[in-house]
Design a protein around this ligand. Structure first.
Ligand code: BGC
Length: 418
């Protein structure tokens, strides 16, 4: 197995296991009492909590505002682990919100939102991206999942992790300030085998990074592929399309798809295709080319096979870099994952209006989803996504925010072993 899964006792010992069980208990507790009476009542400096709304079942959703020492600010809700806003400075030091999203829970629960199904800012699980025909076989059994994207299952099924209420614990550590989110997915939820305890931490560092650690344990073998679905617009959300953003992806291969966006199994060379982002290229530069893959995706909606340094499996490697020429904002994405879904917001159509009252028009945000490859449970030549009970799933992704000016002065993204 090439994924970043550790054999449990060898690397992690009882400490983490105890922690996860502890989290599971805290979660069970959180299901029976209001969240404010949990141990998180005293908030660390730099973190504020406010009410965000109420779900149909009466449960309260909280919003956490987390700031770092440089004024970067993110707001996260415990419904879906959604990052609802993220403010970073441009070249002039002006702060803008660079992710698509809403200021009210009702907008995330509306029929219009469910119809469009963009997964703005959400945690995705159990399985990011598609599983063909919602079906896979494991240990001699065939599992059928709900299909919610034509014939396929997308992002975990009808009610994925993006629609679950997570237990949230704010923290402050030497690395930064953040939130630990936990959720236990029961055996059989959305058709998946095994009781899966998921634990995701968001850490906002003073190096202007958002580090995301995904951990999970299961009671039975099951596919797991967790990711984050923020849509970025480095000019500021609601400020037009992302076609002028310059993108570099550290990948010499990608996984071509069929008409329903399921990989064919081939790993194709990007050379000479519109999928070659090894040098900085405007996203829109080749979007109009006649290309079957672009036609299937209605633009870019593809998994890139990341080029890692030899021996770097399980360590962070720079996957992608985005620069927006007018604002000078730069976003770098590093990950321990082998793949990156670059989605150019092709299904945004202006039907949703965001936080600032501006419509989210066609290609007004881009997602860079770090992941294992789509449909891996059915593709034996792809790195395995099967998590076994004696293993702990751990994957780490770091989004780093800078500007074209500050870039040269500050440190580069350091590999960080976990
Ligand atoms: C998928 C797209 C999908 C989008 C929103 C992306 O991860 O690759 O096909 O439209 O999520 O659902």
């Amino acid at each position: 197995m090439t994924r970043h899964v550790f054999s449990f006792p060898r690397y992690l010992g009882v400490g983490l296991f105890g922690l996860m069980i502890g989290q599971a208990c805290l979660q069970a507790q959180a299901q029976t009492m209001p969240i404010d009476s949990s141990s998180s009542s005293a908030l660390p400096p730099g973190i504020e909590r406010s009410a965000f709304g109420q779900l149909a079942n009466g449960r309260e959703v909280d919003c956490y505002r987390i700031t770092n020492d440089n004024g970067i600010e993110m707001r996260v809700i415990n419904y879906g682990g959604i990052i609802v806003s993220l403010k970073t400075p441009d070249l002039q030091g002006q702060m803008d919100d660079i992710v698509l999203g809403f200021d009210s829970l009702d907008d995330y629960l509306s029929d219009a939102y469910r119809r469009a199904n963009p997964y703005f800012g959400a945690l995705i699980g159990r399985y990011g991206n598609r599983i063909a025909n919602g079906r896979f076989s494991l240990d001699g059994e065939t599992y059928q999942l709900p299909t919610n994207d034509g014939p396929n299952t997308l992002h975990g099924g009808d009610v994925g992790f993006n629609q679950r209420l997570w237990h949230a614990e704010p923290f402050s550590s030497s690395e930064g300030r953040g939130l630990v989110l936990t959720y236990t997915s029961e055996d059989g939820e959305e058709g998946f085998p095994g009781r899966l305890s998921a634990r995701v931490s968001y850490t906002l560092t003073n190096d202007n990074e958002l580090a995301i650690d995904y951990r999970a344990k299961t009671s039975r073998a099951t596919p797991v592929n967790l990711t984050q679905h923020s849509y970025f617009n480095l000019q500021g959300e609601g400020h037009g399309s992302i076609l002028n953003h310059e993108l570099t992806i550290n990948a010499s291969g990608f996984t071509p798809v069929n008409e329903t966006l399921i990989p064919t199994g081939e790993i194709a060379d990007v050379s000479g295709t519109p999928f070659d982002f090894r040098r900085p290229t405007a996203i829109g530069a080749r979007m109009g080319e006649k290309n079957t893959q672009l036609a299937y995706g209605k633009g870019y909606d593809h998994n890139f096979v990341l080029s890692k340094n030899p021996g770097a499996a399980g360590h962070l490697a720079l996957a992608a870099r985005v620069t927006e020429p007018q604002s000078g904002r730069v976003l770098e994405v590093s990950t321990t994952e082998p793949g990156l879904q670059f989605y150019s917001g092709n299904f945004l159509d202006g039907s949703l209006t965001g936080k600032s009252g501006r419509a989210y028009t066609h290609r007004s945000g881009l997602a860079l989803e770090t992941q294992h490859f789509p449909d891996s449970p059915n593709q034996s030549n792809f790195p395995s996504t099967i998590l076994k009970p004696d293993e702990t799933y751990h994957s780490r992704t770091v989004y780093r925010f800078s500007t074209t000016q500050s870039e040269g002065q500050s440190r580069s993204t350091q590999p960080h072993s976990s």
